[in-house]
Design a protein around this ligand. Structure first.
Ligand code: ADP
Ligand code: MG
Length: 483
């Protein structure tokens, strides 16, 4: 059930010839190389070869599993976007491990620079620039479904206590969309805890099994498209394209806060879809009842189905996640290292993953094993940041020393510029470097009100933006405190 009679898709019959593909591929590689720079390109991307295009899928090969995962994770979206700018019919880029080495057909030889290959083929018009894209006639939901991350599937999602409920709900929706009590599915939780991962997993599952048309987009994108439609007076098309999907997913709904007419539009789309038996999945950093700035009726509607939260990770979950990811990378990472990571990097899964990736990349690049020592070396900055708890006292002391004022002036009522400015700097740094709330910071600065702290923070940020020397000064203080 392909619901996207996309205008510019070449008919299936006119499969592009090999030469055409080769030059297309050469341009994509050239663009990647320009974008990421020579070193990165050589490290990760040079060994890519194109196996071919099958239907709506371009198949790219890499010689090892590790390179495949790395390229998938770090460049997959970009590769897909570049393919789509060459040929909008390409909906997916499948990055695989080459069977038995070099199977690619279009690896340009060294004597045939990529730029040369681009000649002889009428180049496709470049992608419409975002700002002027507007909504045109051929605009169908399929055109603006954000790409799905190939890594984000149920297979790669590690389940533990903190996320088991959200995971079970997501599974349920993927298996049986629009079942009673699960529409909408509202997933919420802090940054980097797996909301987007779960949403993409649902979308993949539904696309694969039912060939459902799933529109996934961020709330920002939704808003952007809606405003563009208003401007080009094509809101009807906008609505129709949206209402034609089977499943609508809006990620990071908190970005619709305060955007009244976008909310209104979302509300109507939402109702229309639910009424016609379509599934909605929404994510946000807060629960519906805590989403201030969302209209009441929308808030109520959002809470009608299933509301599931992703809790902060536990040590056990973090350990299972790094174990799974290390295993998938194919690089041997000693258990002690995994334990150290799970123990130290507690903020969120994204950071944890980043740390592991750095270790693996480092080991690959230098052909060394990952060891406890290499962790200290490669992740020194990360581990330190997580080790160090900076106190407000320390900040006050350093700042007072630096500006040559008395420590007691940090809490005194004196308002002379000579003491007031350093005090503001200290408040600013307290906000940046500690987890303390504004009222708490205020109390530690002579029982000042939280609005005074807020003012100090924005004042210092302003001054830093306007005055390079001052900004350097503050940066120096920060560095001294952090190390
Ligand atoms: P959010 O959308 O909640 O900010 P993401 O879904 O983008 O977070 O997750 C951040 C990163 O952490 C992603 O790379 C994701 O794959 C990974 N991640 C989060 N939770 C898990 C999990 N339970 N198992 C495996 N990977 C996870
Ligand atoms: Mg997300």
């Amino acid at each position: 059930m392909d619901k996207e009679p996309g205008s510019s898709f070449p008919p299936a019959a006119s499969k592009p010839g090999t030469a055409q593909l080769a030059s297309c591929w050469a341009r994509i590689r050239g663009r990647m190389r320009e974008e990421v720079g020579e070193v990165e390109y050589r490290t990760w991307l040079r060994q890519m070869t194109l196996a071919g295009v099958e239907g709506d899928e371009a198949i790219v090969l890499l010689p090892t599993r590790f390179l495949r995962d790395w390229v998938r994770g770090h460049y997959g979206d970009r590769l897909k976007a570049l393919w789509q700018s060459e040929n909008p019919a390409i909906r997916r880029v499948d990055i695989r491990v080459a069977a038995g080495g070099n199977a690619g057909v279009t690896e340009p030889s060294p004597t045939q620079p990529e730029a040369g290959l681009a000649e002889g083929l009428a180049p496709r018009p470049p992608l419409r620039p975002l700002a002027s894209a507007g909504i045109e006639k051929q605009d169908r939901a399929g055109d603006w479904i954000a790409p799905l991350e190939p890594r984000f599937t149920f297979d790669t999602f590690v389940v533990g206590k903190p996320n088991e409920f959200a995971h079970a709900c997501a599974r349920r929706v993927a298996e049986k969309p629009n079942s009673a009590g699960f529409n909408p599915l509202f997933l919420y939780g802090g940054v980097g805890l797996g909301k987007t991962h779960l949403m993409h997993s649902i979308a993949w599952a539904l696309r694969e099994r039912e060939n459902a048309s799933v529109a996934y987009m961020s709330a920002e994108k939704f808003m952007y498209r809606f405003i563009a439609a208003l401007r080009s007076q094509s809101t009807m098309e906008f609505k129709e394209s949206l209402r034609s999907v089977d499943v609508l997913m809006i990620d990071d709904l908190q970005f619709l806060i305060g955007k009244d007419n976008t909310q209104e539009e979302f509300f109507h789309t939402f109702n229309a879809l639910v009424d016609s038996g379509k599934q909605i999945v929404v994510s946000s950093d807060k629960s519906p009842s805590d989403l201030n700035g969302i209209e009441d009726r929308l808030r109520t509607r959002l809470g009608w189905g299933m509301v599931a939260d992703l809790h902060a990770t536990t040590y056990e979950l973090r350990l299972s996640i790094v174990e799974a990811k290390a295993h998938a990378s194919g690089v041997a990472v000693p258990p002690k290292v995994l334990e150290l990571l799970a123990h130290k990097i507690t903020s969120n899964v994204r950071e944890l993953e980043g740390a592991l990736n750095r270790l693996i990349a480092h080991a690959n690049l230098f052909g060394r094993n990952v060891t406890l020592e290499s962790v200290q070396e490669v992740l020194a900055d990360m581990l330190r940041a997580h080790d160090k708890r900076i106190s407000i006292e320390e900040i006050q002391k350093k700042v007072a020393e630096h500006y040559n004022i008395r420590l007691t002036d940090m809490a005194s009522p004196r308002r002379a510029r000579a003491v007031a400015r350093p005090r503001q700097v200290a408040m600013y740094l307290a906000k940046q470097l500690t987890q303390r709330s504004l009222p708490e910071i205020g109390r530690r600065f002579g029982n000042r009100d939280h609005t005074t702290v807020m003012h100090a923070v924005s004042r210092i940020a302003e001054l830093m933006a306007a005055d390079v020397a001052f900004a350097e000064d503050v940066a120096l203080l920060r560095k001294m405190l952090e190390t």
